[in-house]
Design a protein around this ligand. Structure first.
Ligand SMILES: NC(=O)c1ccc[n+]([C@@H]2O[C@H](COP(=O)([O-])OP(=O)(O)OC[C@H]3O[C@@H](n4cnc5c(N)ncnc54)[C@H](O)[C@@H]3O)[C@@H](O)[C@H]2O)c1
Length: 359
């Protein structure tokens, strides 16, 4: 079976590619534009395997995507390539529209063309798995007792979330109109090894390590549901095997935690793993900074539908996952130091011009 993954050099994509290669059954082709967030090093442990190949390509390049599809003839496509950082979407929404909306439309339109050229059996088993976010549902505000279900309306609030919601609508339309066998997976916040240093958990770890202020937006009360990335990679694969075309599946861990609690947990782990640090206790480095514009209060998701279908539940508890994540960053300075030096120095992103000039 031939599997094509878009965005396989990113955080979740690299874990998914590794998970697929480790099954020893599939030929996997990874397409990635290698934006600031894409890093071939994320797959250095498997890149020499015969069953793995990589093509550098932008998903909005229709001619190239069409050629890649025609020569590789995938049986299944996992679409993860995206612009993903909410703060960057506030500073520059355009890239988000291009990649997340236009790029997705190119991939599904070409996938439909490809499917029409397959044998009857290949057509029957073909799948397009679209990876999306819980952020498309908007914010639960102070009512997180009732998490988002697959039937909840899409009410995105940030440019990132709006671009992902648009892509979800396109994928749905290609199923309804053309019969392309698509499945959409909406997931909560992932964390774990290889997450780009701009995201909350690596920001906390690296600031604590360097004795710098640990920036927490607002009062740190915003709630997020956190899933360990290896659990997510595994369940995406299961959904591709057992999910039904045209369906959407919500995936979350059930661990809904305020950002300030995440910061405290990471700081406690840092205290124990770097017990000779000059910056103990690391919690003292926490600094509340002005909030993200339009910051959603709470995301939480009901994943009963996928759990019932697959008999799945996450293997990694939040405490274990955080322990593994902190230990990984401490052991992999060779991975994150070049990114901090060349791609993202750690400066604040996503502030409105009025907030910047008021400083
Ligand atoms: N990280 C999360 O918490 C989370 C949660 C839910 C859903 N998602 C979704 O999962 C997917 C992967 O997220 P991630 O956190 O791994 O993202 P990431 O930012 O770490 O990686 C994105 C990858 O896509 C590639 N890419 C970007 N634009 C491209 C383009 N135009 N053409 C080809 N490649 C391009 C980048 O080079 C990078 O390798 C995204 O679709 C995201 O919306 C992420």
């Amino acid at each position: 079976m031939r599997i094509l993954v878009t965005g396989g050099c990113g955080f979740i994509g690299s874990h998914l590619v590794r998970h697929l290669i480790n099954q020893n059954t599939f030929e996997v082709l990874n397409i990635d534009a290698l934006t600031y967030a894409g890093n071939e090093v994320n797959l250095s442990d498997i890149h020499n395997q015969n069953s793995y190949s990589f093509v550098k390509s932008n998903i909005i390049d229709r001619a190239k995507i069409s050629d890649i599809y025609a020569s590789f003839r995938p049986n299944c496509i996992f679409h993860l390539a995206a612009e993903t950082h909410v703060d960057r979407s506030i500073d520059g929404p355009d890239e988000f529209i291009q990649t997340n909306v236009v790029g997705t439309s190119v991939l599904i339109e070409e996938a439909d063309r490809l499917r029409n050229s397959l044998t009857a059996e290949e057509r029957e088993n073909f799948r397009f798995i679209h990876i999306s976010s819980d952020e498309v549902f908007g914010s639960l505000d102070h009512d997180f007792e009732k998490p988002f279900a697959e039937t909840s309306p899409l009410k995105p609030n940030s440019p990132y979330a709006a671009s992902k919601a648009a892509s979800d609508h396109l994928v749905r339309a290609w199923f309804k109109t053309y019969g392309l066998p698509t499945i959409t997976v909406n997931c909560t916040n992932n964390y774990g090894p290889y997450q780009f240093p701009e995201k909350l958990i690596p920001v906390i770890i690296l600031a604590a390590l360097e004795g710098k202020p640990i920036p927490i937006y607002g009062q740190g009360e915003n709630l997020r549901e956190w899933i360990f990335v290896e659990d997510f990679a595994e369940v995406i694969f299961q959904i591709s095997q057992k999910g039904a075309p045209g369906e959407t599946y919500n995936i979350g861990s059930g661990d809904v935690v305020p950002n300030i609690e995440i910061a405290h947990k990471v700081c406690d782990i840092m205290d124990s793993l770097v017990s000779t640090s000059k910056y103990l206790p690391h919690q003292d480095l926490i600094e509340f900074v002005d909030d993200r514009p339009g910051h959603d209060f709470c995301y939480a998701i009901d994943s009963t539908k996928a759990r019932n279908l697959l008999g799945w539940q996450p293997k990694t508890s939040l405490d274990d996952g955080l322990q593994r994540t902190v230990a990984w960053y401490l052991a992999h300075q060779d991975w994150w130091a070049p990114l901090r030096e060349k791609k993202y120095s750690g400066s604040r992103l996503g502030r409105l011009p009025s907030a910047k000039s008021a400083q």
